[in-house]
Design a protein around this ligand. Structure first.
Ligand code: F0G
Length: 357
């Protein structure tokens, strides 16, 4: 075991694939100690697991290497998903590697540019529907049932099998169980997958306690947070979700019940962060830690900031925040926040002048 490199397939005995996997060398992502931000927040043990460092720039690759491998193992001839962007980019790439055609349904006008670019370039059939993600998922589920296409959203259990390796790696890298595991929540697949992974580690005797599972949503799209904080027995879907973090713009998360179990069974919690808090943390991660993430990913760390300010968490905790996707996924949101480059004549004088030298 110890000689196997850190990757999804390091844990192959705990995965359902028996054929040679369709792999682009996913997983093995860095776990960064956020020293500067942690000091500012008074959290000496704050870490970020940068899932943007996967082959297509998001954690979805962990699910897709297993999901597309299973599609082939089961003899399926085509694959499909609905997506807020990252799932489609990842499916397109793994379908290309596996040699199967892919169809992806996106909410028209609400997917970050980099993600659409990836889905198109990797050769998926890209369909933009004039409605939101929740409707796209309903449509693609019907399509797959009626036409024998293999559905690769997180309702597919094999996707979650791949994604559970996020938790395996974090424990491997930290050398211990973190006290708290923090994830941005959209369709709630990833937090459910991480919890499953942790339960398996516990069952196998590798760890003896579970981290407090903590889910963060955007204020404009927070059905899971409302259930956790309002103590509703279950999640009430939201009809018009809206947030700058388009990756988690989801009102009716399909894995909501599993997420609630994960949070409640571990004494975890949930929090909602505003778009401003998300963007501010995106800048802080970029400028204080050198870590470039997309808005949805900054939500996990923004949520911890909020919880610590509310006095809801202990400052001595060892906290792992999963940052789920790369900065370059959504260049438009980045450019909007930053000043334009300073354009000058190509002379030394002009250069010195703008640098006030
Ligand atoms: N962060 C990013 C960057 C995402 O793309 C997603 C989900 C999440 C967090 C939330 O994960 O859905 O498992 O709770 N993106 C999906 C997609 C919905 O279609 O790419 P979740």
């Amino acid at each position: 075991w110890d000689r196997r490199p850190l990757s999804v397939w390091r844990y192959r005995e705990l995965l359902p694939v028996t054929i040679k996997p369709v792999s682009l060398q996913e997983g093995g992502t860095p776990l960064y100690h956020l020293e500067r931000l942690g000091e500012e927040l008074g959290l000496p043990h704050l870490y970020a697991k940068h899932e943007g460092m996967n082959p297509t720039g998001s954690f979805k690759d962990r699910g897709m290497t297993v999901g597309v491998s299973m599609a082939l193992q089961l003899g399926m001839k085509s694959v499909a998903c609905a997506s807020t962007g990252n799932t489609s980019a990842s499916l397109a790439a793994y379908a290309a590697k596996g040699g199967v055609p892919a169809v992806v349904l996106l909410p028209a006008g609400k997917v970050a540019l980099g993600k659409v670019a990836q889905a198109l370039m990797h050769g998926a059939k890209v369909i933009a529907i004039r409605d939101n993600f929740d409707r796209a998922l309903e449509l693609v589920r019907e399509l797959c049932i009626k036409h024998g296409i293999y559905l690769l959203n997180s309702v597919n259990p094999y996707r979650l099998e791949g994604q559970k390796t996020i938790a395996f790696e974090a424990v491997d890298q930290l050398g211990d169980v973190p006290d708290r595991f923090v994830l941005p929540v959209g369709n709630a697949g990833n937090i459910s997958a991480a919890y499953k992974g942790l339960r398996e580690l516990e069952g196998l005797g590798f760890i003896d306690r579970l981290p407090m599972m903590t889910g963060i949503q955007a204020a404009g799209s927070q059905p899971v947070v409302q259930a956790v904080r309002g103590s509703l027995p279950e999640v009430v879907p939201q009809t018009n979700p809206e947030t700058v973090a388009t990756a988690i713009r989801i009102g009716a998360p399909v894995n909501a019940e599993k997420a609630l179990t994960a949070i409640r069974a571990t004494g975890g919690t949930a929090a909602a962060v505003t778009d401003e808090e998300i963007l501010s943390m995106q800048r802080d991660l970029a400028r204080k830690e050198g870590i470039g993430v997309e808005p949805a990913s900054a939500a996990s760390v923004a949520g911890i900031k909020k919880l610590v300010e509310e006095g809801a968490i202990d400052r001595d905790e060892r906290i792992v925040c999963v940052v789920t996707g790369h900065l370059l996924k959504d260049p438009e949101t980045v450019i909007k926040q930053c000043p334009s480059p300073i354009e000058i004549e190509a002379t030394e004088q002009a250069l010195l002048s703008v640098l006030h030298l």
